[in-house]
Design a protein around this ligand. Structure first.
Ligand SMILES: C[S@@+](CC[C@H](N)C(=O)[O-])C[C@H]1O[C@@H](n2cnc3c(N)ncnc32)[C@H](O)[C@@H]1O
Length: 278
């Protein structure tokens, strides 16, 4: 069995380790100079110590191409002559989250209801939703001016993230509207969620939650889940995020109050989870 060292023990490294074909390869260790401990019972060593295990393959599990080049140089300087696989070559090209969305679209063809997204930003995912479901109503919720002060205060107080007022503020509703291929069925609700959903009465078949922060995510779980049709699919972006820890906490707090959700982590690089409405 060939052996692997995964360089990078952050969110990308953790996802990479799970994605590796464990019937053909054995991961000896993570190499990371900034953290220690274990992931999935696999030890995290310094890069140098991990390379001393003499792996057949080193997988560079970072998104940034410049950092990838630096790490490649570093391990070659340390004398590594085996195979090097760089995740950054395909991490933005291949997207398991999109793959799941395409399959989910087929799966929910018999589930009645509209489509919605909370956290639209420039509309990349929203345009995909609109393209995949041309005949369904699409509800899009965002401030279109970035995070709200009230939500950021919770993030700071609870140590969930370092979210800033200016993050994601470089967008506007008109720009998003322009990129939607089937505008007739779409409606944009600009402003603070949950204030913007107050007067809506509908049933949802697929909902995408991508607000990054604890408060709007918890509010969205409370609002959308009772309005989803049985068999409907809820996509929770960043559920396993190192950067936005409030998402997982919002789900945990929702479950504490309402009971366990049928949640499955996708294992993609975004840390997405999906919930099937029972
Ligand atoms: C990561 S971005 C969304 C990315 C988007 N789904 C895409 O496809 O690129 C997060 C968005 O959530 C929005 N957001 C966060 N909290 C919000 C709230 N309480 N109400 C409305 N929008 C919110 C932000 O304005 C930001 O545009």
């Amino acid at each position: 069995m060939k052996t692997i060292v995964v360089l990078g023990a952050g969110q990308i490294g953790k996802t990479t380790a799970a994605l590796i074909n464990h019937t053909l390869f054995r991961i000896l260790a993570f190499g990371d100079n900034a953290v220690s401990g274990h992931i999935y019972n696999i030890p995290i060593f310094s890069v140098e110590k991990a390379l001393r295990l003499r792996p057949d393959i080193v997988v560079i599990a970072v998104r940034d191409t410049v950092r990838t080049k630096e790490l490649k140089q570093q391990i070659q300087n340390l004398g590594f002559v085996g195979q090097i696989v760089s995740l950054s070559d395909f991490i933005d090209v291949m997207d398991m989250r999109s793959a799941v969305l395409f399959r989910a679209a087929e799966r929910i063809c018999n589930v009645e209801g509209s489509i919605a997204e909370l956290g639209v930003y420039k509309g990349a995912f929203a345009a995909m939703l609109n393209e995949l479901f041309p005949d369904r109503k699409l509800y899009l919720f965002d401030t279109f001016s970035g995070f709200d002060d009230r939500d950021i205060r919770t993030e700071a107080e609870c140590g969930f993230s370092q979210a800033d007022m200016h993050d994601f503020s470089d967008t506007n509703a008109a720009e998003v509207w322009e990129r939607l291929p089937h505008k007739d069925n779409a409606k944009i609700f600009q402003g603070y969620f949950p204030s913007t959903c107050k007067n809506i009465q509908d049933v949802f078949a697929l909902v995408s939650l991508d607000a990054d922060l604890y408060e709007p995510t918890l509010a969205a779980l409370e609002w959308f889940l009772p309005r989803m049709a049985a068999g409907g699919i809820l996509i929770i972006h960043d559920w396993d995020s190192n950067r936005f820890k409030g998402i997982r906490k919002a789900v945990a707090d929702y479950e504490k109050k309402h009971g366990r959700l049928a949640l499955v982590p996708l294992g993609d690089f975004h840390g997405t989870a999906i919930v099937v409405k029972e």
